[in-house]
Design a protein around this ligand. Sequence first.
Ligand code: RIB
Length: 304
Amino acid sequence: MHEIVIVGSLNMDLVVQVNDMPLPGETIPGGDLQTICGGKGANQAVAAGRIAGKAAMVGRVGNDAFGTRLLESLNHAHVDTAYVSRDTAATGTAVILVDSRGENSIVISPGANGQVTEIDLDAADGVLKNARFVLTQFELPMPVIQALIKRMHSFEGKLILNPAPYRPIAPEFLAMVDFFVPNETEAEKFSGVHVADMDSAQQACRVLLDMGIQNVIVTLGAKGALLANPHGIQHIPGVKVNPVDTTAAGDTFIGAFAAAMVRKFSLEDAVCYANCAGAIAVTRFGAQTSIPAAEEVDALYARQ
Ligand code: RIB
């Protein structure tokens, strides 16, 4: 059985480095095209697998070379791919530009991710029922995400929802979420509070808690994260690093958070540990290529 299960997207990232992002209508030169394993779901699975030593992934890839590479990358990170099926649609892809400041801009072509249905949840029902933490994001069809939220509400395990990229969802589903992990932009969109500083981020947390969410963790990039629940709101500071590429930093944070919870860290310590994992990811290029091993995160965490 698996303590951490990820239901989500698998993408091959088609990445080009640029000095500055192109303006509308502009053509600019870039570096060599690189294909790097990614997808928010698969990135979170790799982070959980590398750090906790074990995880399982539920999703779909195409019957193509990208799909094979993504499965190999997951297996290499100790992720069970028995619940990832091969679809007639092509493997999902993400077209990514990374600028000289490490910021990215991403366009997704969902491919096989868009074919995931409740049938995939039924096939994985046993592992979902027995998981301690189930992670999902917003790169699968919304009916599947809603069905997963409902299903997890009747199971023992906790659901960690990373609402990225932003899409609206009925409040009744948010009220069933155990851990809601948006970034600042997503927190603003879900709460309706303009997040401009720490005070407004805290205000957004209060609105989200009032919707019935058990725990809210707003990731703040270099500033760390806010942890909010009915006991209060805490700022857990980030780790200062020189950014190379922020791609998958949030995914690494979430996978590491789940791994730390399984390792019986307190909530505050798990967020601090996740900050360390995310900070390391930011210093490296690419999605799954940037996700650290447990020993690396442990070492940085010990210095905090
Ligand atoms: O969060 C980063 C990920 O978003 C990339 O790997 C890309 O595939 C998109 O899903």
